[in-house]
Write a protein that binds this ligand. Structure first.
Ligand code: MTE
Length: 368
């Protein structure tokens, strides 16, 4: 069963769903100003592509100032030809374009009970854009990977002190060799056919399709091929989750998840057939099916998948629901990907507040 989230059954107020009361749907829903953190408004979570100004932003530090005349991307470490690339060195490489959904590992953290520290995202730290750029593989191959290489380490041009009183650091993350060399891993310079906006990593950012957003390093300033497993604040201290055996593991691919984007929680619906619509995604494979429930998860029926189906982009779905009578309903959806990964009914609570992918009910009232 998926519990009703209303303060009182029968009252059309979804306590957790505050997005409706937000003042404007045309700007990011601000979580923090410095550093900038904002989520995509609820009403936009039904658009297959998210416009750049409404694409969620998750920064750990102040946005760096980039001076293009002196800007360089260093490529070094276990390579035969280390060097410094300028923007045009990257742009002259073959260009690849791909529609990719990014979700912050802390999306929906505000749903957790008991609450965990961290940005209290509702459902909007997930967005989709058409990204274009060079394949990371092409950059690495030009540099010539040397035997013994195990990982590739990426550095962003931003820095600060993530823990008050702690050491200053830049944003550093690594990828295993096979992910770095995957032809779909991009060093992007375009987002939705526009120059990459500064808040999304101008001039170059990594886009690691299928992985939670923390892997997609923005303001890329350095690429280093290394012969060890990198440990660092954003790699082994944050963005880790305890598995069932009590071992801490780094977060990687986005878990299977879906949401109802319309109707919104707390809506009062007319007693007639209603379109229920939403999105579903999984970092491991495309979405195979989405199920819908109007009785809090006691019974499920198949929803219809609509719109484009692309490997790395979320899937739109809809359902025509005919309420049997007036009253209070707990609507829910759950997704399954093509590898058979099913969205869980309940999120596995964890202290970091990551991977919140349990079924999220939407309570509505059907008028008499
Ligand atoms: N890269 C740098 N350099 N600095 C950052 O703070 N945040 C990461 C990732 N890349 C971050 C970064 C996190 S946690 C996420 S979820 C995504 O960027 C967010 O990308 P967006 O702001 O373009 O949506």
């Amino acid at each position: 069963m998926v519990p009703c989230t209303c303060s009182e059954a029968g009252v059309a107020t979804a306590v957790k769903d505050q997005t409706q009361t937000r003042p404007s749907e045309q700007t990011l829903v601000e979580i923090d100003k410095v550093p900038l953190i904002g989520e995509t408004p609820q009403s936009l979570l039904q658009n297959w592509l998210t416009p750049n100004p409404l694409f969620y932003v998750r920064n750990h530090f102040d946005t760096p100032e980039i001076e293009m005349s002196s800007w360089r991307l260093s490529v070094d470490g276990f390579v035969s030809e280390p060097g410094q690339l300028n923007f045009y060195d990257v742009k002259r490489l073959p260009k690849y374009t791909s529609t990719i959904t990014l979700e912050c590992a802390g999306n929906n953290r505000s749903d957790l009970e008991p609450p965990t520290p961290g940005n209290q995202f509702q459902a909007g730290a997930v967005s989709t854009a058409v990204w274009a750029g060079a394949a990371l593989k092409d950059i690495l191959e030009e540099a010539g990977i040397e035997p013994g290489a195990r990982q590739v380490l990426f550095e962003g041009a931003d820095s600060g002190t993530p823990v008050p009183g702690g050491p200053e650091m830049s944003y550093l993350r690594s990828l295993p060799m096979e992910v770095a060399m995957h032809p779909d891993t991009l060093v992007a310079y375009e987002m939705n056919q526009e120059e990459l906006p500064i808040e999304h990593g101008y001039p170059l950012r990594l886009v690691v399709p299928g992985w939670y957003g923390m892997a997609s390093v923005k303001w890329l300033s350095g690429i280093k091929v290394i012969d060890y497993e990198f440990e660092g604040f954003f790699q082994t201290d944050r963005y880790v989750i305890e598995n069932d055996d009590g071992v801490w593991e780094p977060i990687k691919e986005m878990s299977t998840k879906s949401l109802i984007s319309s109707p919104a929680g707390g809506e009062v619906l007319a007693n007639k057939p209603t379109c229920v619509a939403g999105m579903a995604w999984s970092g491991n494979a495309q979405i195979k099916n989405v199920e819908f429930s109007s009785d809090g998860g006691q019974t499920w029926e198949q929803a219809t998948l609509t719109g484009p189906s692309e490997r790395y982009a979320w899937q739109q779905w809809h359902m025509t629901w005919t309420p049997p009578a007036s009253g209070h309903y707990t609507l829910a959806c759950r997704a399954t990907d093509r590898l058979g990964n099913v969205q869980p009914i309940k999120t596995r609570w964890n202290a970091g507040g990551y991977v919140v992918n349990g079924v999220r009910p939407v309570c509505v009232t059907v008028a008499a």
